[in-house]
Design a protein around this ligand. Structure first.
Ligand SMILES: Cc1cc2nc3c(=O)[nH]c(=O)nc-3n(C[C@H](O)[C@H](O)[C@H](O)COP(=O)(O)OP(=O)(O)OC[C@H]3O[C@@H](n4cnc5c(N)ncnc54)[C@H](O)[C@@H]3O)c2cc1C
Length: 573
């Protein structure tokens, strides 16, 4: 096992040294790329330092963090001691909330670098990374965007030092994927503050000193009338009712919060909560995709070590072809997810700091795919790591069971895989209907349509892209046959019956799209690092197989899902 999760991770290092267009990031942050070399060298040093601390201090404490879980003591909820030690150590390195600008006491790291830190932390211990990400980074990101100067001055320096921890509370018992169902209200008072009433559920780091709450104006409905409100816990202003007992990220308190006339200050303009939370969700979804990469890296490294030393039938098991194939699949998934995720992270820096409109459309396309592929890929990689470990895989000392358990939360929170699929496919369809001619060419995605590679890699990529465009063409064709070509001029509202077949297959289309983008990202890297060609070829072949299989599955759809839904509807009525 390496003693540095940055310099000891050849793939991550390659991304940093060869793949990231750093001058673009520096320009987005500071308006010019003067002095970029020095700035980037400093970021590299920060990651080197962090990588050593995370590998040598945090990773060895991960099993203990998991074993102890959350401390529930006399009605209070706390983090356990090894986790507190992890976070204290990060704060001492100046990495509590590393994206906070220097004028507020932070290290002013760009999103791309902060995500590399997050990846290394997730590799060491996902529970600690969640507390770091949700408890420190997320509230800081919201305060930076929407806070008043007074709020920024009050909270950011303390978040930067790790002196206080916050949380972000959207989910309620009846409102998960469907945010519009949330019931918590925020009632304005004559002194400018608001009174919150309601309950929040599954709030990571909810044990902290304050929480940013998504709540609605009394009498409002759906996504209208929502706003963000900041409530301090001091003086039992709200109640941490409990922390859930759970099998995943066991050290991270996932809390139920109760607000009964809780005094809160608005963050930004009440009524704009949905818009506000959407801007934030983009970066947090990329963050969860990157969590998946961290956990998958840990599982892959363990599986590689084990498969090299475990001998069965005269050979180390990695020399048995099926095991070797699993290891190659894991490597392709981890490197592919990483290549795509950091491409998106750079776009996020361009959009967030550089207000770059061209980058915004590409970012919108990649975000749900990074979340989908990074997290579903993590589950797959952990499953394979368990399999490669045989019987010892289920024994606690071997860690892979923890990786498996931790990986399973990632496709659920910050928008489930199904919700990511709906987002990805609805956008592809919208763009395809705006430019129907793209469906007889390279498709509506600028990134995919413009990509071209030589040799076998190029032909597999083109074939996979052809299948994905074919899926979109089939779906749009079906809609046009029922609604006429007027549909293509846009603006038409589609009924549930019309969109049903599209939504049924959204995850199949998303899976193929994600594999295709991963192949593209790895193939672009192979242009810079020729040794990467074999990996890129494997990714392109996989993309082709997935796309062919999924298109076939859509073509063979027999409508039985809708027959069943009708039956359940009849039962309900
Ligand atoms: C450990 C943990 C930490 C969390 N941290 C936070 C936090 O810090 N802050 C916060 O606000 N929330 C947090 N959450 C909540 C999390 O974001 C939600 O659990 C998640 O969004 C899913 O909502 P739900 O659990 O209500 O599931 P539901 O929305 O009820 O979904 C159940 C299933 O139905 C599927 N589904 C729902 N709608 C559709 C649809 N239209 N089409 C297809 N499938 C659909 C989903 O994909 C899922 O498979 C956390 C949750 C957990 C478990």
């Amino acid at each position: 096992m390496t003693d540095n999760f940055f310099t000891g991770n050849a793939d991550l290092l390659e991304v940093f040294d060869k793949a990231i267009p750093w001058s673009t990031v520096v320009r987005a942050l500071s308006g010019s790329d003067g002095g970029a070399g020095e700035t980037v060298a400093t970021w590299r040093e920060v990651l080197d330092l962090a990588g050593r601390y995370i590998a040598t201090e945090i990773a060895p404490r991960a099993a203990k963090v998991d074993e102890i879980g959350v401390i529930r003591d006399n009605g209070t909820v706390r983090m356990n001691e090894p986790m507190t030690a992890n976070l204290t150590g990060l704060a001492e390195l100046g990495l509590a909330s590393p994206s906070i600008p220097e004028e507020h006491g932070g290290s002013a790291l760009p999103f791309t670098v902060a995500m590399m830190l997050a990846e290394m932390l997730a590799r060491a211990d996902l529970a600690t990374q969640v507390q770091h990400g949700i408890g420190w980074n997320s509230p800081a990101a919201l305060l930076l965007r929407f806070g008043s100067e007074q709020q920024k001055a009050h909270y950011l320096p303390r978040l930067a030092k790790g002196e206080i921890m916050g949380a972000v509370a959207m989910t309620e018992p009846q409102a998960g994927s469907d945010v519009g169902r949330l019931l918590t209200t925020a009632t304005p008072q004559s002194d400018g503050c608001y009174l919150l009433r309601g309950r929040k559920q599954f709030i990571s780091a909810g044990q902290g000193e304050f929480v940013i709450v998504l709540a609605r104006a009394p009498g409002s409905g759906g996504l209208d009338g929502l706003g963000l409100f900041l409530a301090e816990r001091e003086g039992d202003n709200y109640v941490v009712e409990r922390a859930e007992h759970k099998f995943t990220i066991r050290g991270s308190p996932t809390c139920a919060l109760v607000f009964e006339n809780t005094r809160a200050a608005p963050l930004g303009t009440p009524g704009e909560g949905w818009k506000q939370i959407l801007t934030f969700m983009n970066e947090s979804r990329l963050g969860v995709g990157i969590q998946g990469i961290g956990v998958a890296t840990a599982a892959y490294e363990k599986a590689m070590e084990y498969a090299a030393q475990r001998v069965q039938m005269g050979h180390p098991i990695r020399e048995h072809p099926m095991v070797a194939d699993m290891l190659l699949e894991m490597r392709t998934t981890v490197s592919g997810a990483r290549a795509l995720a950091y491409e998106a992270a750079v776009l996020q820096d361009r959009v967030m700091f550089g207000k770059d409109k061209e980058a915004a459309r590409d970012l919108r396309e990649l975000t749900p795919l990074v979340k989908w592929y990074g997290t579903e890929g993590a589950v797959r990689v952990c499953r394979l790591a368990l399999q490669i470990h045989g019987g010892v895989g289920v024994v606690d000392e071997y860690d892979v069971g923890r990786y498996m358990r931790d990986s399973l939360i990632t496709p659920v929170y910050e928008g489930t895989s199904q919700i990511q699929s709906l987002m990805a496919v609805k956008d592809q369809l919208k763009w395809a209907m705006q430019r129907p001619r793209s469906l007889v060419g390279g498709g509506p995605s600028r990134l995919l349509a413009g990509a071209s590679f030589a040799g076998r890699l190029g032909s597999d990529f083109a074939a996979a892209r052809g299948e994905v465009v074919g899926m979109l063409r089939d779906v749009v064709g079906r809609l046009v046959r029922t609604r006429g070509v007027g549909l293509l001029r846009g603006g038409a509202e589609l009924s549930e019956e019309e969109t049903g077949p599209v939504l049924l297959h959204a995850e199949r289309i998303t899976e193929a799209l994600a594999h295709l983008h991963v192949a593209r990202a790895l193939a672009e890297r192979a242009k810079i690092v020729p040794e990467r060609r074999a990996l890129a070829e494997r990714a392109a072949r996989t993309a082709r197989l997935v796309a062919e299989r999924n298109r076939r599955a859509i073509a063979l759809d027999d409508g039985s899902v809708f027959v069943q839904i009708q039956e359940w509807r009849r039962e309900r009525n």
